[in-house]
Write a protein that binds this ligand. Sequence first.
Ligand SMILES: Cc1cc2nc3c(=O)[nH]c(=O)nc-3n(C[C@H](O)[C@H](O)[C@H](O)COP(=O)(O)O)c2cc1C
Length: 189
Amino acid sequence: MADDLPYISGKEIKLNKMKSILSRTDLKGNIEYCNKYFVEISGYSEQELLGSPHNIIRHPDMPQIIFKMMWDRLKKNEDILAVVKNRAKNGDHYWVTTLFETKYNPLDKRPEGYLALRRAAPSNAISEVEPLYKKLLEIEKKDGINASEAYLLEFLQRKNKDYDTYIHDVVEYKGLVASFFNAMRKMFS
Ligand SMILES: Cc1cc2nc3c(=O)[nH]c(=O)nc-3n(C[C@H](O)[C@H](O)[C@H](O)COP(=O)(O)O)c2cc1C
C-alpha cells in the first residue's frame, strides 16, 4: 500500500483468549507453517500463506521500528515480546501479544527458522501501545526510522524501563499469561 494513500480502517476482530495463533518461518521470514486459528483469523487460505513473506499480514499502522528491533534481536538469537496489530485479508485487524523466538535444528543446534507464539492482547495493553505506535509512525513518515528509534528510547527512559521490562509490564507477562506462553512453546517447538 502506498504510504500517502488513505486506507479504509477495518473492524477489530475479537480473538478467542484461549486460542494460540502460531507461525513458523524460514530464516528470511517466509511462512513455513501456521496453525488453523492463524489461517481462520487471517482470512487467507493456507496455500496463500505458506511460502509468503510474513509481512502479508502487516498492518500499515505498525511502526517499522518495532519490526527492526524484533529482527535485530532474532538475528542475535534472542527472544523478543511485542504487541502487534495485524491485518486480515479483508482489512479487519486484530491485536496480539507475540513472542518471537529462534527455532534450532535438533541435530546440529543451528538456527533454522523463527517461531511466533501469539495470543489475544489484553485491552489495556492495546490502549497503552496504540498512541505510542501512532506517534512512532508519524515520526517515521516525517523523519525516518532513526528518529522513531530515538523517540522510543526517550519514551522508555522517561518510564525508567528498558524495552523488555516495559512490554512485559504492559501485557502482564506473569502468572497465567506466562504459563499460557510456556504451554504454547512446549506444544510448538
Ligand atoms: C516468526 C515471525 C513471525 C512474524 N509475524 C509477524 C506478524 O504477525 N505480523 C507482522 O506484521 N509481521 C510479522 N513478522 C515480521 C515480518 O517478517 C516483517 O518484518 C514485518 O511485517 C515488516 O514488514 P516490512 O519490512 O515489509 O514492512 C514476523 C516475522 C517472523 C520471523
